[in-house]
Write a protein that binds this ligand. Structure first.
Ligand code: CTP
Ligand code: CA
Length: 223
């Protein structure tokens, strides 16, 4: 019903969204992941489709249902997420990185389940950094309009603007997490070249529609 009243702000635009956590295997039965539910990214995908955009959603493991009129690509690892994003990026006008990408993966995944041993010695895992998907996309020679998300645990204003500049994105949506993980609502602050704009707390679908309007407005200004 809501979609019926949604203004078609993104008609003809091609939107690519990452959402959910990633899962980095340690061995065939264990892995490294995080508490992202995917709700914010899926809500944005729904709102973008209802605004008339063609939407591709690259999703890490989450039980959420695919929103109507959204093309979904399921992935597990950060590298798979990057590959799926790069495969679509040339046909993308707006890239919204909502996924909570695991910053690290284990250096050597074990082909067999790691077993306990009789000496009670715990395994020593070494980690390597995953590719930064948003940063790579934003530094392409002709990037789409890029939007980042950031959940910080403190000093949101300082970290938000620093992160926006480091990632080279025109718009970053920040919040003080992990309060928002799995919740139905969220309270965010927008960071752009003009400054810092706090938005009131609202449910994630309403917030998604608000963010789509903010993005559409900024895209119109850059074209
Ligand atoms: N991001 C990404 N790929 C990564 C890490 C992050 O695309 N490997 C994106 C996220 O989807 C989000 C933004 O970058 O839109 C910010 O993520 P965040 O984890 O807050 O930033 P990091 O640069 O990883 O910094 P840190 O976790 O150290 O705060
Ligand atoms: Ca991170």
């Amino acid at each position: 019903m809501v979609g019926f009243f949604q203004p078609k702000l993104l008609t003809g635009k091609r939107v690519l969204i990452t959402a959910g956590p990633t899962y980095e295997p340690i061995d065939p039965v264990r892995g490294l992941t995080n508490r992202s539910s995917g709700k914010m990214g899926f809500a944005l995908a729904r709102a973008a489709a209802q605004s008339g955009a063609q939407v591709h959603l690259v999703a890490g493991p989450t039980p959420l249902a695919t929103p109507a009129d959204v093309i979904r690509h399921d992935v597990q690892t950060a590298q798979q997420m990057l590959d799926a994003v790069l495969a679509k990026i040339a046909e993308t006008d707006i890239f919204i990185a909502v996924a909570a990408v695991s910053d690290w993966r284990v250096d050597q995944t074990s082909a067999e389940k790691i077993k306990k041993n009789s000496e009670f010695v715990a395994p020593h895992l070494t980690f390597v950094e995953n590719p930064d998907i948003l940063q790579q996309v934003a530094h392409l020679p002709k990037p789409p309009f890029c939007v980042g998300f950031a959940a910080e645990s403190n000093e949101l204003e300082k970290h938000g603007q620093e992160k926006r500049i480091r990632k080279n994105v025109p718009l970053l949506v920040g919040n003080l997490g992990p309060k928002a993980f799995g919740c139905e609502d969220n309270e965010v602050t927008l960071f752009d070249a003009k400054g810092v704009t706090p938005l009131p707390r609202m449910d994630k679908q309403m917030l998604a529609r608000t963010l789509i309007a903010e993005i559409a407005q900024r895209l119109a200004l850059t074209n």
